[in-house]
Design a protein around this ligand. Structure first.
Ligand SMILES: NC(=O)N[C@@H](CC(=O)O)C(=O)O
Ligand SMILES: [Zn+2]
Ligand SMILES: [Zn+2]
Length: 350
């Protein structure tokens, strides 16, 4: 396709982000408007310090998010609870009755940023999982084992066998979202699983393989968890996202960290993609020759899985070459968006 034949604008039903880190305090002030400019709603991750483990904390956090939005924004934060070894069934019932908390997040203890208070053994939060199954409350999983003897690149595949399969045997009706999948194994697992299991896929896992972390030096802005994988896995994720299967949907996992902590001897994991999220996804779908599949992935499949209405409004992306800023303000610090300084060929205009 030459430039003249290429689609010049893309109009989509307003999309949602089904996996987002908004942080708190000054960081929240810096990033909230950015996601609100791209998405109508977002599933907001609970891995704050301290984590959001109760409905009362989720309500208070929601208020802080709404207060950080630009005037007139109708962005809707969909809240989550952080599952611990001791989450009581009562808290799940309160969450299910309240209508503000939409899901509960499983972080295996030690798997990722602020996961120390996470689950040490999936047998421990049994009462909470039973209550979730009964209430139809989705469990969102960071799907990696943490055993130091398992290679970092194998942790997701091993999680399927050691945690996810037994969990689904014990709780066959539990609705599960396998978050930010990064491997062919995970894509195949979700494809073959029944109706109640979906998966989010990030833009960076669709666009990059693990070479990106090492090209021309060690590049911490491409370091996230689960870590980028081999090219065959990237290709499997692109195939899944563009397949039309309604159980794959958009979740940026935009995970802002100050530039100082990314350019650090022990760099924090997370890619900041919120400011140009839809542009990155459009780039990935266009490269796969599947721009016509982007709307379902970004705007239909997520709300359908979460049993929420699809959005009414629309957004427009225009074909236009521009350069991603190299750095943005972030409280007293600054932040480097993923691929800062590089060009993009799509731009969100409304
Ligand atoms: N994805 C990441 O690399 N980091 C996330 C945590 C997470 O989603 O695992 C963060 O909160 O920084
Ligand atoms: Zn995660
Ligand atoms: Zn995340």
């Amino acid at each position: 396709m030459n430039d003249r034949q290429a689609t010049a604008t893309l109009s989509l039903t307003r999309p949602d982000d089904w996996h987002l880190h908004l942080r708190d305090g000054e960081a929240l002030q810096a990033v909230a408007g950015t996601s609100a400019a791209q998405f109508a709603r977002a599933i907001v991750m609970p891995n704050l310090k301290p984590p959001v483990t109760t409905v009362a904390q989720a309500l208070a956090y929601r208020e802080r998010i709404v207060a950080a939005l630009p005037a007139g924004s109708d962005f809707e934060p969909l809240m989550t609870l952080y599952l611990t070894d001791v989450t009581p069934a009562d808290e799940i019932l309160r969450a299910a009755e309240g209508g503000v908390v939409r899901a509960v997040k499983l972080y295996p203890a030690g798997a990722t940023t602020n996961s120390d208070a996470g689950v040490t053994d999936i047998a421990k939060p049994r009462a909470a999982l039973e209550a979730m199954q009964r209430a139809g409350m989705p469990l969102l999983v960071h799907g990696e084992v943490t055993d130091s003897d398992i290679d970092v690149f194998d942790r997701e595949a091993v999680f399927i066998d050691r945690v996810l399969e037994p969990l689904r045997r014990d709780f066959p009706a539990l609705r599960i979202v396998f978050e930010h999948i990064t491997t062919r194994e995970a894509a195949q697992y979700v494809e073959q699983a029944g109706e109640g299991i979906g998966a989010t896929i990030t833009a960076h896992h669709l666009l990059y393989n693990r070479n990106a972390i090492f090209s021309g030096g060690l590049r911490p802005h491409w370091y996230c968890l689960p870590v980028l994988k081999r090219e065959i896995h990237r290709q499997a994720l692109v195939a899944a996202a563009t397949s039309g299967n309604p159980r794959f949907f958009l979740g940026t996992d935009s995970a802002p960290h100050p530039a100082r902590l990314k350019a650090h001897a022990a760099a924090c994991a997370g890619c900041y993609t919120a400011p140009h999220a839809m542009e990155l996804y459009a780039t990935a779908f266009e490269r796969a020759g599947a721009l016509d599949r982007l709307e379902a992935f970004a705007s239909f499949n997520g709300p359908d899985f979460y049993r929420l209405p699809r959005n009414a409004g629309r957004i427009t992306l225009r074909r236009e070459r521009w350069t991603i800023p190299e750095s943005l303000p972030f409280g007293d610090d600054d932040i480097v968006p993923l691929a800062g300084g590089e060009p993009l060929d799509w731009r969100l205009v409304a």
